[in-house]
Structures are given as C-alpha cells and as structure tokens.
Unconditional design. Structure first.
Length: 301
C-alpha cells in the first residue's frame, strides 16, 4: 500500500460528511470532477474501494464507513486544537454553520445572529434553511434550531428566543355565512389549509386546554409546505391556517385576520439551540452559545 497523506484523508472526510461530491467540492473549493479523480487516486493507493457512486448519490462501502468512523474524531480534535488558538486573538474567529427550519430562522435565529455578528465581526455564520429533520453532525453543522421534542437525546439544548403560541386564523370574508369554531372538533366543518413536512407527513393541528390535549387532522383542498405561503393563502381567503402567532400578529391587530380557538392555543417553550456534546467546542460556537444565554437572561424579568 502506497503512502496516504493527511490531505487525502481530508478529501475523503469531506465526501463522507456530505455524501455528495458536489457539496464536498464546494467545501474544498474544487470542482466535483477534480474531487472524483482525487478520490479514485486515494482508493488506488489504499487498494480498497471507499465509496460507491450510484445514480442516487454517494454511499460509503463497509471499508469506507470503518475509515470514516476512525478518522473523524481525530480530525475533530485537530480542528478543536486549532480553534483553541482563537483565545490568543482576543475574540472569536471562524465560521459557524447552523441548520434551522424556515419559521425558526425568520422568527428567532436571524434577529439574534444579526446582533451577534455586530458584536463579533470576526465570525461568519452560515444559516442553512431546511424543514426536514437531519443528522446535524454527519451533515457538517455546528448547531441547529428545533422544537425541544424533536431533538435527539444525545444533544445539548438551550432555549433560544421567546415562548411561542400558534394561532388559528381566517379572513373576515371567510367567516361570512360560517359559524366560528368553538372547539377544535368544529374544524371538521371548515376549510383548512394543511401543512406537509419535507418528509411527506401531514402536520396535525395541536391544541390544549385544562389538561386536555388534542391533535386534529384537518381537511381542505389546499396543502402547502411553507408557512409564509400558508399565511398568504389565508390572507387570500383560501381557508383557515394554523400559524405562529408572531407571523400574523399585525394582521390580527388590524382586523385583516380573525383569530379563533385562542383559548385552545397555549404558549409553548419555543425553539431550542442544540449542539453535540463535546469536550471542546469551537470558539465561534461557544461565543454564540454564551451570546444566546446572555440575551435570554436579559429578557427575563
């Protein structure tokens, strides 16, 4: 077996992390074709196939999975050691990659990141919008934003932003000639705009009052996968929508939308910033965590 260099392992690690030549090429600032040739040369030197290329993407072979599992912790330790040098620069430095669903990015994450970047100009933040649940670590993210119940147990999670409530809303015109629902069960008699997750599952509208919890599978001719577009559809009078209160607060106050079932929509803890449990966190991530905690403490009475 010919000698394999650390740069060769870094190339393989990028491909294994992303399971994509295109995404790995972007990270390494090379073309996908050059990356493919480099991997083929690595496999020839090792005399073993590491990656299977298929029409649907990239998959690691058994040997590739074993190599990935062995070298990835070592590279993380190297990254952490280099990032430790940031303490000598006097301020956080580096890039922070955060995965978040669209609603969380708009309502919570972006305002906080904007203030964070003003305080730490040497940090770059890359926000990737993705409503699908992903393996954050294998996808190369430093942190993510989600509701608490959807976060894996082996992650550390801290609250980010305020509490949230959902609102069932429709236009005044929609309610003309229709009675307003008094309980969630009454939604069966209404035209509702359904929300579909990226994975294909439909969201059941959630309600709670007096210790009674309900999940209602609403019906309607329109299904959407984006809450901002759902808000637009509600404003057009296409039906009732189930949206974050903050998304429609102004429209409710001005009378463009009518809110119903408010007593069935309590406040929830809101979103959480979550990240892997590591002995040494990247300094940019540590600075962001501290910033989020400081903002939370200032917001508390």
């Amino acid at each position: 077996m010919k000698r394999v260099r650390s740069t060769d392992l870094a190339i393989f690690l990028a491909i294994a992390n992303h399971r994509s030549f295109r995404k790995a090429a972007v990270e390494l600032a090379v073309t996908p074709s050059a990356l493919s040739h480099a991997l083929r040369a690595i496999e020839e030197r090792l005399e073993v196939r590491l990656v299977n290329r298929t029409t649907r993407g990239v998959a690691l072979t058994e040997a590739g999975e074993r190599l990935f599992d062995r070298i990835r912790p070592a590279f993380l330790d190297i990254d952490a050691a280099l990032e430790d040098l940031d303490t000598f620069r006097g301020q956080p430095y580096g890039k922070l990659r955060i995965n978040a669903p669209r609603a969380a990015a708009k309502l919570v994450l972006l305002p906080i990141v904007s203030r964070f970047l003003k305080a730490h100009p040497s940090v770059e933040v890359d926000i990737v919008i993705d409503d699908a649940l992903i393996d954050m670590v294998s996808s190369g993210f430093d942190a993510g934003i989600r509701f608490g119940e959807s976060i894996a147990a082996d992650m550390i999670a801290i609250p980010i932003g305020p509490r949230h409530s959902f609102a069932v809303v429709g236009t005044p015109g929609y309610f003309e000639g229709r009675g307003r629902p008094q309980t969630p069960h009454d939604l069966k008699d209404h035209v509702c705009i359904r929300f579909r997750f990226a994975g294909g599952a439909f969201y059941h509208w959630e309600f709670e009052r007096g210790g009674i919890e309900l999940e209602i599978e609403v019906r309607g001719p329109l299904t959407l996968g984006d809450q901002d577009i759902m808000r637009d559809a509600v404003l057009q009078g296409d039906g009732l929508g189930y949206l974050f209160e903050d998304q429609v607060r102004d429209e409710i106050e001005t009378g463009k939308l009518v809110r119903v079932l408010e007593d069935w929509c309590p406040y929830y803890p809101g979103f959480f910033l979550y990240y892997p449990s590591r002995r040494q966190l990247p300094t940019a991530l540590r600075a962001f965590i501290d910033f989020v905690k400081a903002e939370r403490d200032r917001a508390q009475p």
